[in-house]
Write a protein that binds this ligand. Structure first.
Ligand SMILES: O=C(O)CCC(=O)C(=O)O
Ligand SMILES: [Fe+2]
Length: 279
């Protein structure tokens, strides 16, 4: 348990996850609390809060204490609150997040973090998992670390939002605008934060290729790294209840929304906080 001035964080696994007690996120929080939450989320990668009452405006206000918010180019948003994205799954509207991804890495300054809360849950299932890419990087052998240290990778909106799923029907026009506005970007394969921590920065959602490698080499190495990041040792799994809030650091983590509840539906509300250019 780590005790801060006004809240405590209980680690959930050695690598990742912390359960926070002592905070009501709908109330005004001091600058010191925000600074402590920033430190705690950087260390634990994802923090969980229970018994919260966060309507979309309060969710936006809490998230915006950590930076400017991202407005998603293709996901729907809460009416009147464009910064809060609906992530809704129904039998006739399948999600894109049942894979190990880091949010919005297809832009030059991907989100620093995100705040997610459920609005409608299936009777069971629909858990979300997070992994620490710091732990994953640290567990690699020295020669593999040396290899990945020098590499860069392309991240592509179209890798995650495929034409055959998104570039059709009523979503086509918005998808085409998003493709035009989001050409592929290049990020380091190993990201370094200002505090010196390093972690893998590739994900199944958007990483399309490793620039310096031939295509078969790139496919093989990416498949290995993505499978490695998902090892249970580097992950935590959260079983949602209404009133829960997850706040994650998107810089050195990936996450996976389990799709095991169809034909039941599930609706989540998310704010994404813009970040720095990875280096
Ligand atoms: O629905 C979830 O559990 C996670 C959704 C997701 O990937 C996100 O909000 O970025
Ligand atoms: Fe996500």
């Amino acid at each position: 348990m780590t005790q801060f001035a006004d809240f405590a964080v209980a680690p959930l696994t050695p690598a990742v996850g912390g359960l926070v007690s002592g905070l009501d996120l709908a109330r005004p929080l001091s600058d010191r609390t925000i600074a402590n939450l920033r430190a705690a989320v950087a260390e634990r990668h994802v923090l969980f809060f229970e018994n919260q009452l966060l309507d979309p405006a309060a969710q936006r206000d809490f998230a915006s204490r950590f930076g400017k918010l991202h407005v998603h180019p293709v996901y729907p948003h809460v009416e009147g609150v464009p910064e809060i994205t609906w992530i809704e799954t129904r039998a006739d509207s399948l999600p894109d997040n049942d894979n190990w991804h880091t949010d919005v890495t297809f832009i030059e300054t991907p989100p620093f973090g995100a705040v997610l809360t459920p609005k409608h849950l299936p009777p069971n299932g629909g858990d979300t998992l997070w992994s620490s890419t710091v732990a994953a990087y640290g567990a690699l052998s020295e020669p593999i670390r040396r290899l990945v240290d020098g590499l860069t990778a392309e991240h592509d909106f179209q890798h995650g939002f495929r034409r055959h799923l998104w570039g059709v029907g009523e979503r086509k026009a918005a998808w085409e605008r998003a493709v035009a506005a989001n050409p592929p970007v290049v990020h380091p394969v190993v990201r370094t934060l200002d505090d010196g921590r390093r972690g893998l920065f590739v994900n199944e959602g958007f990483t399309s290729r490793i620039i310096e490698l031939r295509s078969k080499e790139s496919e093989a190495l990416l498949a290995f790294l993505i499978a490695h990041i998902a090892k249970p040792e580097f992950t935590v799994r959260w079983r949602w209840k209404l009133g829960d809030v997850a706040f994650w650091d998107n810089r050195l983590s990936t996450h996976y929304a389990t799709l095991d509840y169809l034909p039941q539906g599930r609706t989540m509300a998310r704010a994404a906080i813009l970040g720095d250019r990875p280096r």
